[in-house]
Design a protein around this ligand. Structure first.
Ligand SMILES: [Zn+2]
Length: 237
């Protein structure tokens, strides 16, 4: 069918228009995948700036619409993500969506309550020292079920042992106003903030590999908090 005739069909015209738009965006660089050259050229601050800008787009409803299958093909042989995220398994906090990132842009380690252990730290050493990511974000979130479970000292199967990972955060927060129960939203948030910050600190304490990269200015590690009600990510000191 000649192009002129195809354009008379609304659905095909819309499809052609979308494809043309995706191609144009790819050319403009907005949808370009992260390559080794781009990863080498980016600084840790620039990697964090990409995540901050992505979250701004996300909360403004302006996430970039790219041809993901084109990105799948372009990244099939190698990956060079600019950042790594440690986030909770919570269904409402998918890092790629929250930071408006796409195929090959970020490593994601997800575990209930976004704490770090040997396996997560090893994964982050792979993501940075071996694979070149320039920033690590420990991404906590509001109203976190794992943190609530820790506050209530919940007991269930393997969860009982897992919740012990939050003991340092519970201890760091100490005594606060109100009951020491998960119904105390202020307490739950204080523990979530402390947990994100302690997890970021633990990366430096427990990993000479990560600390070495930070000391050389090749990596930044930050803690952040995602607000489930607004989608906004706040960056913790
Ligand atoms: Zn959570």
């Amino acid at each position: 069918m000649p192009l002129s005739r195809r354009l008379f069909c609304g659905c095909l015209a819309a499809g052609a228009s979308f494809a043309a738009g995706a191609a144009a965006r790819a050319q403009s660089g907005e949808c370009a995948v992260f390559t080794e050259d781009r990863q080498k050229a980016i600084t840790p601050d620039e990697a964090l700036a990409r995540l901050k800008a992505g979250n701004e787009r996300f909360i403004a409803g302006k996430s970039i619409n790219c041809d993901l299958m084109a990105q799948v093909k372009q990244t099939a042989d190698s990956q060079a993500p600019h950042s790594a995220i440690v986030g909770c398994i919570d269904s409402r906090v998918p890092p790629e969506l929250v930071f408006d990132q796409r195929i090959g842009d970020i490593f994601c380690a997800r575990i209930a309550g976004n704490f770090v252990n040997t396996d997560i730290i090893g994964s982050l050493e792979f993501a940075t020292a071996l694979s070149g990511a320039k920033a690590i974000v420990i991404l906590g979130h509001t109203n976190c079920g794992a943190i609530k479970g820790a506050v209530d000292n919940a007991k269930l199967g393997n969860l009982t042992a897992m919740l012990r990972n939050f003991d340092p955060a519970l201890k760091a927060v100490g005594k606060v106003e109100g009951e020491r129960k998960s119904s105390n939203k202020y307490l739950v948030q204080k523990v979530a903030d402390a947990n994100a910050k302690l997890s970021a600190e633990n990366l430096l304490k427990r990993s000479p590999v990560l600390k070495g990269l930070v000391d050389k200015g090749q990596l930044k590690i930050v803690a952040a908090m995602h607000d489930l009600a607004t989608g906004k990510v706040s960056w913790l000191a």
